[in-house]
Design a protein around this ligand. Structure first.
Ligand SMILES: Cc1ncc(COP(=O)(O)O)c(C=O)c1O
Length: 388
């Protein structure tokens, strides 16, 4: 079995999530939108309960939760809906996104801006991946419709100060969308909804199943939201399509792993401790390496992003096959030989970007995995350096 250090690409479904979903595939199946019989009512009540569980964690109303197939779809809908608001606010023609957003935000913003006659500005980030607040304030001198800034970056794990950003944006009447696909492992769920108009989440980044995600869409905004999928009228017409009952219940169970009660199943501190030891051991084994992005305490607790000077990340990763899995960018862009645009936004250095690897761990990673990984990286790095 390969050592899997790519938990920010996807992470295994948590056993309690699998348990919660198990019966729903066959024995307890149902279409939550069948309104004329008991099977449908039971399914619908499980969906309502799931919405309530998620809302309790995010501190919002159950009706402010909308399910999607994942964060990509949720982000696309958010960007489309917010762009559409330009019809009511024609004097606001600027959209701001950060330069390190996920491709699904960048491409959706560019596409819908073109369609709605808006223009997109990218706010810069510093070497830690934090949004440059002075740059943001300068951009906001132009009337702006909405701004999209992710809470937690998927490559370098930078955690943005959402409350500060919210204060700046709301002061200018700018709608705020935040991609929170990677957020729950790094920040408390109860510190998101109050600061944004739309926040989007993904199941498979947090121990939930693949193929499901959700958004918090502020109740104040919902009457302005235009659906992208039409037909069934489900979810108050915001997103038509039969809800996948097992996935919805599984997503809610995954959210529950992050409940802030007495004995949380998931603790950020445990994960960060394991990651910190890993980083120390890697540095001992390969003194040349450097950390990309923020200091350890300011990033996602399972994330490392490492510069291996003098070698190509793609060669290093290939030589580690089939024994160790990690990635040189986000999963969506791996396979392409383009160096990470996120690292380029941080360092403006394509060579560094081409020689960097993201390592992401979770609670299922063992100390033995990490000890073996250090040895493998050391051996492969030295071999590559010798041959160059
Ligand atoms: C920050 C971020 N946003 C969005 C996505 C897309 O999420 P999904 O796979 O649920 O569509 C990802 C996944 O890579 C991500 O890391």
């Amino acid at each position: 079995m390969a050592i899997y250090l790519d938990h920010q690409a996807t992470t295994p479904t948590h056993p309690s999530v699998i348990d919660a979903m198990q019966r729903l595939w066959r024995d307890d199946f149902g279409n939550p939108h069948s309104s004329e019989h008991i099977v449908g009512w039971n399914a619908n009540s499980k969906v309502e309960k799931s919405k309530q569980l998620i809302a309790d964690i995010l501190l919002c109303e159950a009706d402010e939760i909308v399910f999607y197939s994942g964060a990509t779809e949720a982000n696309n809908h958010a960007i489309f809906s917010l762009s559409n608001l330009s019809k009511a606010l024609p004097d606001r023609q600027q959209v701001i996104i950060s330069s390190i957003e996920h491709k699904c935000v960048i491409e959706a913003a560019q596409f819908w801006a073109e369609n709605f006659n808006l223009h997109v500005e990218m706010v810069g980030v510093n070497k830690d991946g934090h949004v440059d607040l002075e740059d943001l304030k300068k951009l906001l001198e132009v009337p702006t419709l909405f701004c999209s800034i992710m809470s937690v970056n998927n490559e370098v794990g930078t955690v943005q100060d959402i409350s500060k950003l919210s204060q700046i944006l709301r002061g200018k009447g700018v709608f705020f969308h935040s991609d929170c696909a990677q957020a729950l492992k790094a920040i408390d769920g109860n510190s998101i909804a109050e600061f944004v108009d739309i926040a989007t989440f993904s199941g498979h980044k947090i121990g939930g199943p693949q193929g499901i995600g959700c958004a918090f869409i502020s109740g104040n905004l919902q009457s302005e939201i235009v659906p992208l999928t039409l037909g069934g009228g489900q979810q108050n017409g915001l997103r038509s399509g039969t809800l996948p009952l097992p996935l919805v219940v599984g997503l809610a169970k995954a959210f529950e792993l992050f409940r802030d009660d007495e004995k949380p199943i998931f603790t950020r501190q445990n994960l960060a401790n394991m990651r910190d030891v890993f980083w120390t051991e890697l540095q001992k084994g390969i003194p040349d390496i450097q950390l990309n992005g923020p200091d350890l305490q300011f990033r996602h607790p399972g994330n490392l992003n490492i510069y291996f000077p003098g070698v190509r990340a793609s060669d290093l990763l290939m030589m580690l096959q089939p024994k160790l899995c990690a990635s040189s960018g986000s999963a969506c862009s791996s396979g392409s030989i383009e160096p990470s645009y996120v690292l380029q936004a941080l360092y403006g250095d394509p060579v560094r970007a081409q020689s960097s690897i993201r390592l992401s761990i979770d609670q299922s990673t063992t100390d033995e995995n990490l000890r073996d990984a250090v040895e493998m990286f050391r051996a492969v790095y030295l071999e590559l350096k010798r041959s160059t």
